[in-house]
Write a protein that binds this ligand. Sequence first.
Ligand code: SAH
Length: 359
Amino acid sequence: MTALADKIAALIRTAGPISVSDYMALCLFDPEHGYYTTRQPFGHGGDFITAPEISQMFGELVGAWIVSVWRDLGEPRGMLLAEIGPGRGTLMKDVLRTLSQVAPALLAGASVHMVEASPRLAAVQREALRSSPAEIHWHQALAGLPDGPLLIVGNELFDAIPVHQYVRTPQGWRERCVAADETGALSFVHGAGGIDPSLLPPAAADAAEGAIFEASPARSSLMQHIAERIADHSGAALFFDYGHLEPGLGDTLQAVLDHRYDDALANPGRADITSHVDFAALAATVRGAGLIPHLAAQGDFLLRMGLLERAGRLGADASAATRQDLGEAVERLAGPDKMGNLFKVLAFSSASRPPAPFA
Ligand code: SAH
């Protein structure tokens, strides 16, 4: 058992079962034992590999997207270029290199901001970006960003924001909670609380007993904050994550430890814990702020942004081994059986023209 499992069991013994959302928040962000607060999760030595860690091409294409929407917005000065949930800082590093090559005027007129909840990861990012071509400011939360037109990107951020789960029981939908027995072993139980039926998707009407529905007010409220800022001050946003475009039922809570799926209750604080992102819910929030959301599968998005051309250019004068690496990276990022279909993209902009490649 982990130290965090003991702490959670003690909390449950005094306060009663906790929601899946509170459990996830403790696993990821407990100040002493949380996954993001104490670990270096990403990369080959970590528990999982994310798109920017697979290939520099990912960040280069995000850079190309940023340049394109910046032009759509009329090349505003005083713009904030921000990333939220930057992990090891690799995406921003590739973006800044790209911008300094293809759009130095953008960088000269912008300030660069990293929004990172984990002080430990912020320190890793500072190190990774030490020789970056721009001055960079760090913030622990979005509210710390100064006012101004905002171009913001994020990869695998929303999956790490806690979700609530609801289970269909003979008594109706009940919140799924985490309980602890006298030995401290954690298990799922049905809590007393229910859910406003208007929040359930159509499929919930004839769901079988045991069916699960996930809802994340925390994700929606973060997206609302971002979209409202962009509606008020102009700007654009681009988010990548695994998830679904249609609302539906299903238990997508997943723990990953050392590149393998793990029992979600077995190693709190040691395993990464996430759930699939409901892109329909995020898109509805963007629409609520008066902006038009654009959705695509990651593979489609990257191919339309020029992934194959970029790989071709990088491979032109390279060794056979490098060309093979590039081919494998293209496959992993965009292949329908790899990240291409499972991962989705949500993009929106306050400009009159839809953002690339949706224009
Ligand atoms: N984007 C990186 C890391 C993804 S993991 C990559 O693709 O490799 C999720 C990241 O989001 C971590 O850096 C985590 O600390 C951060 N994070 C989670 N919730 C956050 C929040 N509410 N605000 C800012 N950062 C957050």
